[in-house]
Ligand binder design. Structure first.
Ligand code: ZN
Length: 222
């Protein structure tokens, strides 16, 4: 790593989030009211309120994660008999019937990955808040993983897998998505928004302030 890299922030430049035009930050209105001269979008050197916004979404996702796993994700009515399954009871069903690869896929996609994503985001938030210098490169990679996994988490497919396979259906069965499915979708969406709100440049800001030591006090809050 270069010991003292030039960043846009240090050079008083800011990139437009929408059209990526680079503009010069004038000292007079350092933060609040800058707009892009080309497309008119509001300019920010860092995503505004990134930490508190991401925390709010992460905590919301933790809360939603509980009903997503406790409430039934499918309700099957077959010959007047009603059966509800949570994600875990579905996983247990597949293990019991020897279809453990499907059980593993559902467990990893629906229980393990969503929780790991939330834990990684919490970890990144805590280290940024503590201005940690610990392995910034690896932490940035962690963030990238969360972002990529979020974009590719095809939850529909796994839910449909549960729906279809759990029932092995007699034609007389009706399947409804249980309330757990709604919470489950909410966890996935909330986590994607949380990852989007987090600004990974904050990881590096702590490093640079240490190296340079030239930043005036008033910029520490930006
Ligand atoms: Zn623009």
């Amino acid at each position: 790593m270069a010991s003292n890299p030039v960043t846009a922030m240090k050079a008083s430049l800011v990139s437009c989030h929408d059209c990526h035009l680079v503009s010069k930050v004038s000292r007079s209105h350092s933060n609040a009211s800058m707009v892009c001269s080309r497309c008119g979008a509001t300019l920010h050197q860092r995503k505004p309120n990134s930490i508190s916004r991401t925390w709010a979404l992460v905590l919301a996702a933790y809360v939603l994660y509980i009903p997503a796993n406790v409430l039934p994700i499918t309700t099957v009515i077959s010959l007047g008999k009603e059966q509800s399954d949570t994600i875990m009871s579905g996983v247990m069903y597949f293990i019991a019937t020897g279809m453990w690869p499907i059980a593993a896929i559902i467990f990893i996609a629906s229980v393990f990955v969503p929780l790991v994503k939330l834990l990684i985001l919490s970890f990144l938030l805590i280290t940024v808040q503590r201005k940690s210098h610990w392995r910034p490169r690896e932490r940035t990679q962690l963030y990238r993983i969360v972002e990529v996994v979020g974009r590719w988490s095809m939850l529909d497919i796994y839910v449909v897998t549960i729906l279809v396979a759990l029932v092995k259906l007699g034609a007389l069965a009706t399947i409804d998505a249980g309330p757990g499915a709604v919470y489950f979708a909410a966890v996935v969406v909330t986590t994607i928004f949380a990852a989007e709100s987090f600004d990974p440049r904050l990881i590096w800001d702590a490093m640079e302030k240490n190296h340079a030591g030239t930043k005036p006090g008033n910029s520490s809050s930006s």
